[in-house]
Ligand binder design. Structure first.
Ligand SMILES: *Cc1c(COP(=O)(O)O)cnc(C)c1O
Length: 368
């Protein structure tokens, strides 16, 4: 079957490799792993994901509801700030609620307590591993979690757990170990008081060379030391390398450099490339022909990257952008009215199934 480009192509067999690592870590360490829906929420493949993960965590009421309805298992409700008109539904749909501030906890925790739902609080340890200030939870004046233990102490008897999210794309075990040591030193008494602690996301433990056994031992020992159930909230790590964005060359031009224009857009379909000033990748990226590959929007800097090809590109040629699973489909938008990529899944038996297509009506309905 030939599908019309652009489309995201999710390969379940690659996804399964990540999921099996997650299962291995859970078994070897006793940690529970909940999928961070903000990174990936393509619910067509939740059937295979729920076999290897304990549930979901969220950043909004919509994600809480999606997790409860489409994934099941444990639904953690977290949001940087809840609104009065959302909180009842968030609590009704979750198994735990994690507040971002003492203010929000004091405003809403009695509603969770009335339904017997465990309450947690996000703490900001003031330390982190992040390559980007934009994504650094411990950046100056960060609003992400409570810093001040004087404010936290009075509510400690209302919470059974805490969440620290302090990593972004951390693929260095020693860095994580060092940060955990500091957290354990600073929060020893709190860790002893809690029943559960989430260490957030951002740990790239599904990467090929990550020392997953060391991580498992480290987390197992930490859980036992304080008598806590540890959680991780992997987003990107769950879907790394599972998905490509399939595009077609529409035109080529020469402006001192060779440029290829494709039927997609960074801004609309792989927004993080612009947010973090990065290029995507292609394979094998070898060959004598160099092209700047650009999107078809009017944004001058709509550039996927500069790549090497085996032959000259011409209209109709196909290109496959790698690693388009995390923070892509959840961020896609209708900028320039560019056709929204379909979503296709390659099943374990090799069959490719088109699971979602978008139409002009979807575009029109996204506005009014
Ligand atoms: C973003 C985020 C995650 C997931 O991060 P990844 O880098 O995708 O693993 C988990 N927990 C919280 C609180 C987050 O903000």
């Amino acid at each position: 079957m030939t599908l019309q480009t652009p489309y995201y192509l999710l390969d379940k067999s690659v996804l399964l490799r990540n999921l099996e690592k997650i299962s291995y870590l859970r078994q070897a360490s006793g940690v529970k792993c909940v999928l961070a829906l903000k990174a990936f929420a393509t619910w067509s493949v939740f059937d295979i994901m729920r076999e290897h993960m304990d549930g979901t965590t969220s950043s909004s009421l919509n994600e809480v509801k999606l997790g409860a309805e489409k994934f099941g298992g444990e639904t953690h409700a977290y949001s940087v700030a809840w609104a009065d008109h959302e909180i009842d539904e968030a609590i009704a749909n979750c198994d735990k609620i994690i507040f971002n501030s003492v203010n929000q906890l004091q405003r809403y925790a009695d509603k969770a307590e009335a339904l017997g739902k465990p309450v947690g609080l996000r703490l900001n340890p003031g330390i982190s591993h992040s390559h980007f200030l934009l994504a650094d939870p411990a950046r100056p004046f960060s609003r992400l979690g409570e810093w001040d233990m004087e404010r936290v102490r009075p509510v400690l008897d209302r919470i059974s757990g805490v969440m620290f999210h302090f990593n972004c794309e951390n693929d260095e075990y020693d860095s994580l170990d060092g940060l955990l040591k500091q957290i354990e030193e600073r929060y020893t008494d709190i860790l002893h008081r809690m029943k559960w602690v989430s260490l957030g996301g951002g740990i790239r433990f599904t990467n090929e060379n990550y020392p997953i056994d060391k991580l498992a031992q480290r987390l197992k020992a930490m859980g036992e030391r304080y008598g806590i159930q540890l959680y991780l909230e992997p987003g990107e790590a769950s879907v790394t390398k599972s998905t490509t964005l399939e595009v077609t060359v529409l035109d080529t031009i020469f402006n001192g450099k060779h440029v290829a224009i494709v039927d997609s857009s960074t801004e609309a379909h792989m927004l993080d490339l612009l947010t973090y000033s990065e290029y995507t990748s292609v394979a094998p990226n070898t060959g004598p022909y160099t092209y700047i590959v650009c999107g078809k929007t009017c944004l001058a800097g709509d550039i996927f990257g500069e790549f090497q090809f085996e032959h000259e590109l011409k209209a109709g040629d196909r290109i496959s952008f790698l690693d388009a699973g995390g923070y892509t489909m959840v961020k896609k938008n209708w900028f320039n009215g560019v056709q929204m990529p379909s979503i296709a899944v390659r099943h374990l038996d090799g069959q490719v199934e088109l699971v979602r297509e978008f139409t002009f009506e979807d575009y029109a309905r996204s506005l009014s």
